[in-house]
Design a protein. Structure first.
Length: 192
């Protein structure tokens, strides 16, 4: 894994231990996400949920994000994430929470309303109807605490047959598919 662009372009990131199941995002998909959201990172607060080793959030910092809150439940992944933050020298722009990305208390950890929130839950959560609804409900909850012009970005397996990824409190999704995965963009729904 590496940083693609910005301040830390081409810097290598440490990967999680082999015993920890992860799905690192490909450079092609990462580049596509950041192209879709060009201009939405400079001096902004970002949240990286299910952060793994931090590839997405650290890419956002490299591209000008003022701060990233990383949330990862796996202690081995969080240790790798902290090592990557340390190697890039961005401790002052990063907070790491070892915990549940779907916790209702998560917005209390925001330093300021985030502009971009990335969610990369295990695919099994998206494939299970109950777990998928928990993810969507968390997105709606987080959307009410974020910058109104911001974006939530959800990565899922693809294709998803007869799966509804909409939520009444979110606008979207705008879906972009890449072989066996897809990225879905949402925005908070306008207040009624």
């Amino acid at each position: 894994m590496r940083i693609i662009a910005g301040e830390f372009r081409s810097r290598r990131l440490e990967s999680p231990p082999e015993k920890v199941p992860t799905r690192p995002i490909t450079d092609r998909v990462k580049e596509s996400i950041f192209n879709l959201l060009r201009g939405h990172f400079e001096d902004q607060a970002v949240v990286d949920l299910f952060a793994g080793s931090g590839g997405i959030g650290l890419e956002a910092i490299s591209r000008g994000a003022a701060h990233c809150l990383f949330v990862e439940q796996s202690r081995p992944c969080a240790a790798t994430l902290r090592a990557n933050i340390e190697s890039l020298g961005v401790k002052d722009r990063s907070d790491v929470v070892i915990g549940d990305s779907l916790s209702p208390a998560l917005p209390a950890r925001f330093r300021r309303p985030p502009h971009v929130i990335f969610l990369d839950p295990p695919y099994a959560m998206i494939e299970d109807e109950v777990q998928r609804q928990r993810v969507l409900d968390q997105m709606a909850r987080l959307g009410s605490h974020m910058d109104a012009s911001g974006f939530l970005v959800l990565r899922t397996p693809w294709p998803l047959h007869e799966v509804d990824l909409s939520h009444p409190q979110l606008r979207g999704p705008e879906t972009h598919s890449y072989n066996s995965m897809a990225v879905h963009l949402y925005q908070p729904a306008a207040p009624q």
